[in-house]
Ligand binder design. Structure first.
Ligand code: URA
Length: 210
């Protein structure tokens, strides 16, 4: 099933964003329900025309109850601000998985499994429907897997596709940029700068129309 088909099938489950958020907060049968980590849902402006979808909360997010508030989140805010987006006013920020998957062998967390991504996907699509953004940014492979059912961020990044009338662009995950800090031409950081400028352009075009 394509992402667009899935989008139309997943509509009308929740009457409002508030109802969706309440359902997520009360989730008891999700695959991470017994992981001992907290439900972390979103931050930003629910009226925003730009929706950003990340991977899963990390340790800092698990404690503070908001997505992208650790080191990766600080870098994400700087990237958005560099393109003149106010992270609290112009963007709504959420994740593909709503609890931190706990790590093994001394690690605080691990990557979400395919099964976890699948489980939370309908909620992610409900979030898209209820926020009703014009532009969706998918940070990293997990968000691409959730929304586009595709991975391969180095080839997907910077390319627009359309999903139910919305514009979607995969971009690097800020954690990847923290691990690859070089700024020379062709580096992930330079590519991110190209991508976010494209996003600004598309956002301006779309929001100027009405
Ligand atoms: N990385 C994510 O993908 N999401 C967060 O909320 C924090 C770090």
């Amino acid at each position: 099933m394509s992402a667009v088909d899935m989008f139309s099938q997943e509509t009308s489950k929740f009457a409002s964003l508030e109802a969706l958020i309440n359902a997520l907060k009360q989730m008891k049968d999700d695959p991470l329900a017994n992981a001992g980590t907290n439900v972390v849902i979103s931050r930003g402006n629910p009226e925003a025309k730009l929706l950003l979808i990340g991977e899963a909360p990390g340790p800092e997010e698990n404690v503070r109850g908001k997505p992208f508030v650790g080191r990766a989140g600080q870098l994400l805010d700087k990237i958005l601000q560099a393109a003149n987006f106010d992270p609290e006013k112009d963007v709504y920020i959420t994740n593909s998985v709503f609890r931190m998957p706990p790590g093994e062998e001394g690690k605080a967390f691990r990557k979400p499994t395919d099964q976890e991504i699948e489980y939370y996907r309908p909620y992610v699509f409900e979030m898209i429907r209820l926020i009703d953004p014009r532009v969706i940014l998918l940070t990293g492979n997990v968000a691409c897997q959730s929304v586009l059912r595709k991975t391969g961020i180095t080839s997907l990044r910077g390319k627009w596709s359309q999903l139910g009338g919305r514009w979607v662009m995969p971009i690097y995950h800020p954690s990847y940029l923290l691990r690859n800090p070089a700024r020379d031409p062709g580096s992930p950081k330079a590519q991110m700068w190209d991508d976010i400028r494209e996003v600004r352009k598309k956002y301006d075009e779309l929001t100027a129309q009405n």
